[in-house]
Write a protein that binds this ligand. Structure first.
Ligand SMILES: N[C@@H](CCC[C@H](N)C(=O)O)C(=O)O
Length: 274
C-alpha cells in the first residue's frame, strides 16, 4: 500500500491514495495502520478516493459531495467511520495539491458531511468552509476527575464543548468520557475550553474513536460556536496542544484556517501489520 503521513496542528493522519476505490479498508487494517508502535501511527486515516469510486451511498445531507472529484473517506484510529475531520480535510487538500491531483488555490472536497470548499492562502495556510455549526442544546460528560457541562454542537460530527474555569492542564482526559446515550446516540468528541483573552480560546479534546489528541478542527469550530452569543458573528484564535487555528463565524457559517503538512511518503506491507 502506498501511504503518506501528514498532520494539521499535530492531529496526525495516515493518508492512503486509492483513486479507483480498490482498497478493502477494514476496521482492523485502519487500527493497525494507526497503531503508534506496530503501525505507522496516527489519529486517523484519510483515504483519497474519487467520489464516483467511493462505493458507498451517501446520505441526502452529503449530496453536495457528488460535485467534487475527490472524497475524503475519514476513519478514526479505532477503525470507525466519522462524518468529518477539520484538520484532516486541510491535510487532504495539501496532499491533493502536492500530488498534482488538484490545481489552483480553490477547490472542493467531498466528505460525509457534504462538500467542503478549500482556499489555499498566500502564506500556505488552508481555509476550509466548514458549513453551519448546529448548536443543539446542553449536555454533560463524566471525566476521570469529575463531570463537565457544555453545549452540544454538530459540525457534521457530534461534539460536546464545555467551558471550564480551571487551568486546562489540570483536567484529566486520560479516560474515554462517559456520555448520555440519549444526548449522543453516535457518541461524541468532548472539548474543554477556556477564554484566555478577548477573541482567544484554549482547548483540549478527547476524540471519539481515538483518545486525547493534540488538536481537532471540528472541535475548534465547536468551541468557537459555543463561545459565540447566538446570532452574532465572531473571529476566534483557538490554541490547542499542537498549535493554533482561526475560526471565522458569520451568517454563512464557519471557516477554519490553519496549517497542513505532508511529512513523508512510502509503502507499507499490509501483511506485516499486526
Ligand atoms: N480530528 C478531527 C475529527 C475526527 C473525527 C472525530 N474523531 C469523530 O469521530 O467525529 C478534526 O480535526 O475535526
Amino acid at each position: 500500500m502506498r501511504f503518506a503521513k501528514g498532520h494539521g496542528t499535530e492531529n496526525d493522519f495516515v493518508i492512503l491514495p486509492d483513486p479507483d476505490g480498490s482498497l478493502d479498508l477494514t476496521r482492523e487494517t485502519v487500527a493497525a495502520l494507526c497503531d503508534r508502535r506496530a503501525g505507522i501511527g496516527g489519529d486517523g486515516v484519510l483515504r483519497v478516493v474519487r467520489t464516483r469510486a467511493l462505493g458507498e451511498v451517501l446520505p441526502e445531507s452529503a449530496a453536495s459531495s457528488a460535485s467534487c472529484e475527490w472524497f475524503m473517506d475519514y476513519r478514526n484510529a479505532d477503525g470507525g467511520i466519522a462524518e468529518m475531520c477539520g484538520n484532516g480535510v486541510r491535510v487532504f487538500a495539501r496532499y491533493l495539491i502536492e500530488s498534482g491531483l488538484a490545481e489552483g488555490t480553490s477547490f472542493g472536497v467531498g466528505t460525509r458531511a457534504g462538500a467542503r470548499h478549500i482556499t489555499v492562502e498566500a502564506n500556505g495556510d488552508i481555509t476550509v468552509d466548514m458549513g453551519r455549526p448546529e448548536v443543539m442544546g446542553k449536555g454533560s460528560a463524566g471525566l476521570a476527575d469529575g463531570t463537565v457541562h457544555g453545549t452540544r454542537v454538530s459540525v457534521g460530527n457530534p461534539h460536546l464543548a464545555c467551558p471550564v474555569d480551571r487551568p486546562l492542564s489540570e483536567i484529566d482526559l486520560s479516560e474515554q468520557p462517559r456520555l448520555d446515550a440519549a444526548e449522543f446516540p453516535e457518541g461524541a468528541n468532548v472539548e474543554v475550553f477556556t477564554e484566555t483573552a478577548p477573541g482567544a480560546l484554549e482547548m483540549r479534546v478527547y476524540e471519539r474513536g481515538a483518545a486525547e489528541t493534540r488538536s481537532c478542527g471540528t472541535g475548534i469550530v465547536a468551541v468557537a460556536a459555543a463561545a459565540t452569543p447566538p446570532g452574532e458573528g465572531a473571529t476566534w484564535r483557538v490554541r490547542v496542544l499542537g498549535g493554533e487555528c482561526i475560526v471565522y463565524l458569520d451568517a454563512d457559517g464557519a471557516r477554519l484556517r490553519g496549517p497542513a503538512v505532508i511529512l513523508a511518503e512510502g509503502d507499507v506491507d499490509g501483511a506485516r501489520l499486526g
